[in-house]
Every structure is written in C-alpha cells, then in structure tokens.
Design a protein around this ligand. Structure first.
Ligand code: 13P
Length: 249
C-alpha cells in the first residue's frame, strides 16, 4: 500500500512575511491522516520553513541541488548542506531546470546519485512537451528520461517519480485522468525494467495544473499516488483541499 504524497513546489515565489503567513495556515490545517505532505520553498526560505515545520506533520524539500559534494562552485548548494539543515526531500530534473538551465539526463542522474548519498529522498520529474505528445512520442520521451536518470542507480527505495507534462505546467491545461493514468502505468513498467525497483511500492505523482477542481479525479486513478503542485500550493486553502482529496479513501 503506497501512502499518498502531496508536494508543494513554491518555485521562485514568496518573501519571509508571505512564507510565514502561508505556513501558519498550513501547519494548523495539515494534520491529515493518511497523506504525507512536503513543501519545497526557495533555498533562502528553507531554514525558516524547516523551523516552522519542526513540530508539524509537514516535511521540507529543496527544489534542486548540486551534483557535487563541495568546492569552488559559486552559487551551488550541495545535497549534504540540505540534509544538514534538516531538509528531507529534493526535487530533481524539473522541466524548468531542463528548459532554462540546460539540465541533461546525465546531470539529473548525477544529482540523483549525490542526493541519495546525502540521504535525501528524491522526486525525479519527467514529462513530454506538447509537440512530443502531438507527435505520439510521449512514452518514448518519458522512457528515455527515466532511462537516463535511473540506469545504474542503487538504493532507490525512497525514489518518487513525478510525471509533469510540460504542456500542463502553469497553463491551466491538465492531463485528463485517463492520459495521466496511462502514463503512470507506463512509468511503473519502466521503473521495474530500468532500475529493478519494486514499482508497486514506488510512488508516482502527477504534476501540471493540479487544482481544487481536478485533484480528486486524478487521485482516483490507481497509479496516481499524489501530486506535485505549483500555483495552487501557494494558496493555503487550495493546498489543504488538495491534501484532503488525496487522503479520501
Ligand atoms: P502548476 O501546478 O503551477 O502547473 O506547476 C506544476 C509544477 O511545475 C510543479 O512542480
């Protein structure tokens, strides 16, 4: 039985004051049995969020990390710095990193390996563009991303995969529950084949315009174990509603 997981990716949003406001609402409302909740603020807010969540049932994650351990790499943040801070999770290979920072599958693989070594729980993002879906190559693209990130990796017991179709991120377009379920089932097959992980025990999240009005239908699919939420995670009431939808039997 896979526990539902809802992750808020706050991206490059917020100030110390707005983070405090959001957290005070979330901490009060997020004691929801059955669902694990994670929030991923910007690096500069991690310590603040970590301190506020220490006695709450919310875990903290980063949105990225370096593939390197330490050294003269200006602007980078090492995975061990994150675990040292009490951060438990890290998002890797988000399409915005792939698109705007030229992250290749090789870099995602190196980051995954470094994150696992530091004891972080990785959320590896995969997903196709609109052109790729229209060309009928969505599964080929997602399969190749998984192959690139996971081949040769070990200790993947804590791995979480997030399927985030690029065309659904921040656009208000969501994959239909059927489209998402089909891809999630495919991802589970790949996990078994590529990395030999117990795919029946690995959580696969959906991300891309998850909102209050579509979350329940997505979570009703057998292979969707929760969500990676962007915009709606910045509105406490909406995020709590989505968490509740994930907890529903
Ligand atoms: P939106 O929910 O804003 O579409 O963002 C999804 C996402 O990219 C989460 O990582």
């Amino acid at each position: 039985m896979r526990q539902a997981l809802v992750v808020g990716n706050w991206k490059m949003h917020g100030s110390r004051a707005s983070v405090d406001d959001l957290l005070s609402d979330l901490v009060q409302g997020s004691r929801i049995p059955g669902t694990e909740v994670v929030v991923c603020p910007a690096y500069v807010h991690l310590a603040q969020v970590q301190a506020a969540c220490i006695s709450a049932s919310i875990s903290v994650g980063a949105q990225d990390c370096s593939h390197l351990q330490s050294g003269a790499f200006t602007g980078e943040v090492a995975p061990l710095m994150l675990s040292d801070l009490g951060c438990r999770w890290v998002i890797l290979g988000h399409s915005e990193r792939r698109q705007y920072h030229d992250e290749s599958d090789e870099i995602v693989a190196a980051k995954l390996s470094a994150a696992l070594d530091a004891g972080l729980q990785p959320i590896v993002c995969v997903g196709e563009t609109r052109e790729q879906r229209e060309a009928g190559s969505a599964e080929i693209v997602v399969g190749a991303q998984l192959q690139g990130a996971l081949t040769g990796q070990t200790n993947l017991e804590t791995l979480v995969v997030a399927y985030e179709p690029v065309w659904a991120i921040g656009t208000g377009l969501t994959a239909t529950p059927k489209q998402a379920q089909e891809m999630h089932a495919f991802i589970r097959t790949c996990l078994q084949q590529i990395a030999g992980v117990d795919a029946s025990a690995t959580r696969v999240l959906y991300g891309g315009s998850v909102k209050v009005n579509n979350a329940a239908q997505l979570f009703a699919q057998p292979d969707i174990d929760g969500a990676l939420v962007g915009g709606a995670a910045l509105i406490a009431e909406d995020f709590l509603t989505i968490i509740n939808a994930a907890s529903a039997p």
